[in-house]
Ligand binder design. Structure first.
Ligand SMILES: O=C[C@H](O)[C@@H](O)CC(=O)C(=O)O
Ligand SMILES: [Zn+2]
Length: 280
């Protein structure tokens, strides 16, 4: 068994308001997702979303089913998004091989029985970030290369939030049941993500911060708009953002993050926005 998992129960705003730093980190921050030749999973009770990581080194690492799913195989009733934040690697799905370069993605539809992960070079391993949501319909597997992404240029240097959003697993590019995923890259000197902050009580979201330089960190802001809390996230650490929570953040240097979400609809632009001066 190469797989570890833990469960995060759903926390509401009334509980979160009383959390100290340790409780916030235990309930909303996923650390240590990427370990050599292992699959590490965090199973949340927000839309039953699962986030995980796998960094294959010396073996072809299989995606095994886990007890909480009570399914014969992992994707029996789920869909999966894979984003490679490392060097080139290959994901095999029922014998079909998909090579993913850095910042490329793969959508795997419900029903895929065998999924394995390998690096093209053990010295420069791939680092696969996984997001999975329940699915009740099969859509075809699809690789999304950098050229396939829908690209949005956002923000400005004046407001320190100039960034490029690469929508990878998104309506119009890939058909999914509820999964949406992409990558946001901050331009050098820009540090703020997602301002104005927003909330989508209809969909949960997870942010995996990566390409965070040594000795730097990202301060992720969560909570109700009038009752915010912060979580300091390091490189390759993920914040689970409950549906009721706003999300935005600032780094001590520029960085990138993978966002992924699932819930009520597939409308990326469906957000309730809160400008900085509306937050408390
Ligand atoms: O619901 C959408 C997500 O929170 C992110 O895509 C937002 C983001 O990457 C950004 O504005 O920087
Ligand atoms: Zn969002």
């Amino acid at each position: 068994m190469n797989t570890n998992y833990k469960t995060l129960y759903a926390i509401g705003p009334n509980e979160a308001r009383a959390f100290d730093t340790k409780a916030l980190r235990e309930n909303f921050l996923a650390q240590g997702l990427f370990e050599d030749d292992k699959v590490n999973l965090v199973c949340t009770h927000y839309d039953r979303y699962i986030v995980g990581g796998v960094r294959p080194i010396s073996i072809e690492v299989p995606l095994e089913t886990i007890d909480p799913l009570k399914s014969a195989y992992f994707l029996e009733r789920r869909e999966l998004g894979v984003v490679n934040i490392g060097s080139t690697g290959t994901v095999s799905v029922d014998g079909e091989r998909y090579t993913l370069n850095n910042k490329e993605a793969l959508y795997i539809g419900k029903g895929a029985k065998t999924v394995t992960f390998e690096s093209n070079s053990a010295n420069e391993p791939a680092t696969f970030y996984l997001n999975s949501a329940p699915a009740h319909h099969h859509y075809p597997n699809k690789k999304i290369g950098r050229e396939d992404a829908t690209v949005l240029e956002m923000g400005s240097l004046e407001t320190s939030n100039e960034r490029t959003i690469y929508q990878l697993i998104i309506e119009g590019v890939v058909e999914t049941c509820q999964l949406q995923m992409g990558i946001t890259c901050l331009k050098p000197g820009s540090v703020w993500n997602t301002l104005p902050a927003h909330q989508h009580d209809r969909r949960m979201e997870a942010y995996l911060y990566f390409d965070v330089p040594d000795n730097q960190a990202v301060c992720h802001i969560m909570g109700e708009p009038n009752e915010t809390r912060l979580i300091w996230a390091g490189d390759q650490e993920a914040v689970i953002s409950p549906p009721w929570s706003i999300h935005c953040g600032s780094g001590s240097a520029s960085y990138a993050f993978v966002w992924g979400m699932a819930g009520e609809n597939l409308d990326y632009s469906d957000m309730d926005k809160y400008p900085a001066d509306a937050l408390r």
